[in-house]
Ligand binder design. Structure first.
Ligand code: HEM
Ligand code: HEM
Ligand code: SF4
Ligand code: SF4
Length: 375
């Protein structure tokens, strides 16, 4: 039955939810559901799970760009049809996994994936797996940087860490293009975050008609916005707002509420780097990531400054941390003053918390290590 625009509610299907996942289980997964005994990582990108029935499931994980065409999805399906009876899955980090039920099917699958050119095998164990990221300039209206472009540039540079497992622990890299932080930047080992450095502009020609002014005022975490009379381009007085630019820290939240308060700016906008977050509870409690580099310029298409900064932190960590230590656990053990020194990152006042509960982040102890790093 085709959709009839004259009769929009006719034959309308709603509230049916997602299909039940069980119908997409490969047979070996369905038969051994809840019965798994142990697993091994056979090589980068290849896992083996063994069930109490003796059944085995081999999983081949491949990297994906997340933003992909239907033709690449078709290629995934062809690969699944050829090797896995038509079954596949996507991971929580947007990798793709192909599963087979015996060891002799693995090598042909791995070879086929590697031969494709857009299906690199890896992402397991103590390496760098896929970068959880956002929409950027592809789709969103509030970004301060791009997502797909920066992620491609960083993954190119870190590619050898995707296909190997040589780090002290897994390193999660995440990117968000504004500080709505869609995704995982607040809880990742290394986080790439789009930031603004200029206050919003106010368009008095449109603000009264397109904005719910109290919402814009209430959107500001610093109380920088006040109701005010404005003058439009015809010289008429209109209801508007003013922004106290000395209080504004360029979060962009007012623009999210009010389309007449844009703040994106090609020179002002760029990238901040945060490190040391984690979400697992193993060894230490989950941690938030912390600001270590306040600003790097947007430099499309390859963002060399950002790529260099991420690589530097990763490599200093790889050399200095102990086995199983995540980036945040390492930084806290050696002390943040030593983190800045070892990574040769200039410490700036921007890393000193000055928002409400800031006091608890300052040092209320004489315990510190001397460092020649801060001039
Ligand atoms: C105006 C606000 C927003 C719009 C228009 C929007 C729109 C979208 C769209 C279109 C996608 C799909 C992107 C794709 O297909 O690749 C998406 C994905 C997503 N959004 Fe939003 N979003 C908004 C705000 C948020 C916020 C505030 C959060 C989190 C705090 C969020 C979290 C996510 C996540 C986690 C995904 C999935 C990313 C992935 O597939 O890996 N979004 N959003
Ligand atoms: C108490 C609250 C939360 C719990 C218990 C929780 C739990 C988890 C766990 C266990 C994972 C790992 C899944 C895996 O490794 O397969 C995960 C991943 C993730 N979470 Fe949460 N989460 C919480 C809150 C949030 C919030 C508030 C956000 C976003 C604002 C978020 C965004 C994400 C994202 C994007 C991932 C995927 C990243 C990755 O796989 O490493 N989570 N979460
Ligand atoms: S992080 Fe910000 S700019 Fe990026 S997709 Fe989310 S809301 Fe849009
Ligand atoms: S950008 Fe953020 S801090 Fe600045 S006025 Fe808007 S809501 Fe307030």
């Amino acid at each position: 039955m085709g959709y009839d625009p004259q009769n929009p509610m006719k034959d309308r299907i709603t509230d049916i939810g997602p299909p039940h996942y069980e119908q997409f289980f490969p047979p070996v997964i369905k038969e051994n559901y809840g019965k798994w005994l142990y697993h091994e990582i056979l090589e980068p990108g290849v896992l083996k799970h063994v069930s109490e029935t003796g059944a085995e499931c081999y999983t081949v994980r491949i990297g994906s760009a997340r933003l992909i065409s239907t033709s690449l999805i078709n290629d995934y399906c062809d690969m699944a049809d050829k090797h896995c009876d038509g079954y596949l899955r996507f991971t929580t980090r947007n990798n793709v996994e192909f599963m087979v039920d015996s060891a002799d099917k693995v090598q042909a699958l791995v070879d086929d994936c590697n031969a494709h050119g857009m299906m690199p095998v890896g992402g397991t164990g103590a390496g760098v797996t896929n970068i959880v990221h956002t929409q950027g300039w592809v789709h969103c209206h509030t970004p301060a940087t791009d997502a797909s472009g920066v992620v491609k540039a960083v993954m190119d540079e870190l590619f050898d860490y995707f296909t190997s497992m040589t780090l002290p622990a897994q390193v999660r890299v995440a990117l968000a293009c504004c500080l709505n932080m869609c995704g995982a930047v607040h809880c990742s080992d290394i986080a790439i975050l789009g930031v603004h450095r200029k206050p919003p502009l106010i368009d008095n020609d449109t603000i009264t008609s397109v904005c719910e002014l109290p919402l814009a005022i209430a959107a500001c975490p610093l109380g920088a916005i006040k109701p005010a009379k404005g003058v439009n381009s015809k010289g008429e007085e209109v209801k508007s707002v003013t922004v106290n630019v000395d209080r504004c820290m360029f979060c962009g939240n007012c623009y999210t509420m009010c389309p007449s308060m844009p703040l994106a700016d090609p020179e002002g906008d760029g990238i901040a780097i945060l490190v040391g977050g984690k979400i697992s509870n193993s060894r230490s409690a989950p941690k938030f990531s912390k600001l270590v580099i306040p600003f790097l310029p947007n430099n499309p298409p390859r963002w060399p400054e950002t790529v260099e900064a991420v690589k530097n932190i990763l490599e200093v960590y790889a050399k200095d941390a102990m086995k199983y230590e995540r980036v945040g656990e390492w930084a806290e053990r050696i002390g943040w003053e030593k983190f800045f020194e070892k990574c040769n990152i200039p410490f700036t006042d921007k890393s000193i918390d000055d928002y409400r509960l800031a006091y608890d982040t300052w040092r209320t102890t004489t315990q510190f290590k001397f460092t020649s790093h801060i001039k």
